[in-house]
Design a protein around this ligand. Structure first.
Ligand SMILES: Cc1cc2nc3c(=O)[nH]c(=O)nc-3n(C[C@H](O)[C@H](O)[C@H](O)COP(=O)(O)OP(=O)(O)OC[C@H]3O[C@@H](n4cnc5c(N)ncnc54)[C@H](O)[C@@H]3O)c2cc1C
Length: 455
């Protein structure tokens, strides 16, 4: 290990392993603290770094038509260890990037162990790092050990660290049928900067509402893991299917209450309503307010498309409820993933409020690069917002609404739309490939500029 001060990384999962690799490759020493096997989590089964706790898939590998495929392509161009390990251990899975999980984790671990600049310590970090750890990346994931989680919660303040997620589905704004919905806030109330018409409203008549409630009651639910059952969240934010089971009117008294709203298409107050609220600063994404759910994804799509105005909705993210540890990143972090109140601390991975193996590793990659530039007295600008890496980073460090912040997958709705007029009826199918090509070209420019700045 070099005599230079190391960057300390806490957690050797997807994000921590990727960050360590990026730092070492940039010539910066790393001390990686991983608690397994001394202490494990409820989901991990092995002592390997970068263990995949559930599925063995990194999802679609189609860079031109799928946002996570685009993220793969960008990460490969940034010499990602996680993508290198995935490619080396790839299994047949159609258009998806699926891996042999033991081969994958073994590859990552061997690569990090072989790096002379990386030291791996198997120990739990139980408190916020001491002051002499000048640069730290916290990448302890959705199941951060309790003592450290408690210390983070105390440092970040009440409500800034969540122990579970309650994810409502999000739709692409341009897939909502504007002819059926209307914009209005309840009682036309205006928020600061709003105009009394902040919400998109979908009206349901009595028959539509009753059918909707019946569909929720009949649908397949995803069971909680045993170790999730004691998580104290269910009373505060019940899944909509649980509300539907409590009684025929429970939803109409809850998130679907129609008070303070008039449907301009009928001139009357609707029987029930689904409200959608803007989810990102770009205004490309809207969430279904209060619609956290544990329904199976296929059932969510089928049932939510019965809501008038959402018949052709394209979902950027579907709902979920899980035990999950994540901070309110848009409020707490600066654009280089540092805690504003204690800039020696960076966060990376799922704890920053991204969702998924690939997204967690992507934020690890960026945290590693930011920390490496800092250690070398250089500065690194964030990747452009038009790239998947830049869009994901921008969402969690500013683009997302701090009040309703919930974990997010990469999706094309996070990227700025193409210039007006680029997409017409005739070339609609080209929208994603055009955004992807723009992303890859902009990423190359960013990489070139970063290389020049480092020289
Ligand atoms: C049960 C479950 C299933 C999931 N399934 C999927 C899925 O199928 N597909 C998907 O894309 N995503 C899934 N996720 C979400 C998420 O993408 C993964 O959890 C991913 O591993 C997150 O990467 P990470 O590096 O942020 O955290 P992790 O990979 O969990 O790594 C964090 C590491 O930090 C260590 N650690 C924790 N606390 C401390 C401490 N105090 N000191 C030292 N070390 C510590 C842990 O042992 C762990 O190795 C799942 C999450 C959970 C909880």
């Amino acid at each position: 290990m070099s005599s230079k001060n190391p960057v300390h990384i806490i957690g050797g999962g997807l994000a921590g392993s990727e960050a360590a690799w990026q730092l070492a490759r940039a010539g910066v020493p790393v001390l990686l603290h991983e608690m397994r096997p001394v202490r494990s989590t409820d989901a991990h089964r092995t002592a390997h770094l970068a263990e995949l706790v559930c599925s063995n898939s990194f999802r679609s590998d189609d860079a031109l038509n799928n946002a996570v495929g685009l993220l793969h392509a960008e990460m490969r161009r940034c010499d990602s260890l996680i993508l290198r390990a995935a490619d080396a251990n790839r299994l047949p899975a159609g258009g998806a990037l699926a891996v042999d999980r033991d081969g994958f984790a073994g590859f990552v671990e061997a690569a990090l162990e072989a790096e002379p600049l990386i030291e791996i310590k198997r120990e739990e970090v139980t408190a916020l790092p001491p002051a002499d750890w000048a640069s730290v990346i916290i990448a302890t994931g959705p199941l951060t050990a309790p003592a450290l989680a408690e210390a983070i919660a105390q440092r970040t303040g009440i409500g800034a660290l969540a122990f579970f997620d309650a994810i409502a589905p999000i739709v692409h704004a341009d897939s909502i049928d504007a002819g059926k919905v209307w914009r209005q806030s309840r009682y036309d109330k205006s928020s600061p900067g709003g105009d009394g018409a902040d919400y998109i409203n979908c009206a349901l008549d009595r028959a539509q509402y009753e059918n909707f409630v019946a569909a929720l009651r009949e649908a397949d639910k995803v069971a909680f893991h045993d170790w999730e059952k004691d998580t104290p969240y269910f009373d505060g934010c019940l899944p909509i299917e649980v509300m539907a089971e409590r009684g025929p009117d429970t939803l109409r008294w809850g998130p679907m209450k129609p008070v303070g709203l008039t449907n301009p298409h009928t001139g009357y107050r609707p029987y029930a309503v689904v409200q959608l609220r803007q989810d990102n600063a770009l205004g490309t994404l809207y969430n279904l307010v209060g619609f956290q759910t544990k329904l199976r994804h296929a059932d969510q799509v089928r049932i939510f498309r019965t809501i008038p105005g959402l018949e052709h909705a394209e979902f950027a993210r579907l709902g979920g409820l899980h035990r999950n540890t994540f901070i309110n990143s848009p409020k707490l972090l600066d654009s280089a993933l540092r805690l504003k109140a204690l800039p020696q601390l960076r966060f990376a991975g799922q704890i920053t409020g991204v969702e998924g193996y690939v997204e967690s590793a992507a934020i690890g990659l960026l945290a590693g690069r930011f920390a490496a530039a800092e250690a070398q007295g250089a500065s690194l600008t964030a990747p452009p917002a038009t790239t998947a890496l830049g869009a994901l980073l921008g969402h969690i460090t500013g683009g997302a609404d701090t009040k309703s912040f919930q974990p997010m997958n990469i999706n094309f709705g996070l990227l700025p739309p193409l210039p007006e007029g680029t997409i017409t009826r005739a070339n609609r199918g080209e929208k994603k490939p055009m955004m992807a090509r723009r992303a890859l070209a902009d990423l190359e420019r960013w990489r070139g500029a970063a290389r020049e700045a480092a020289e």
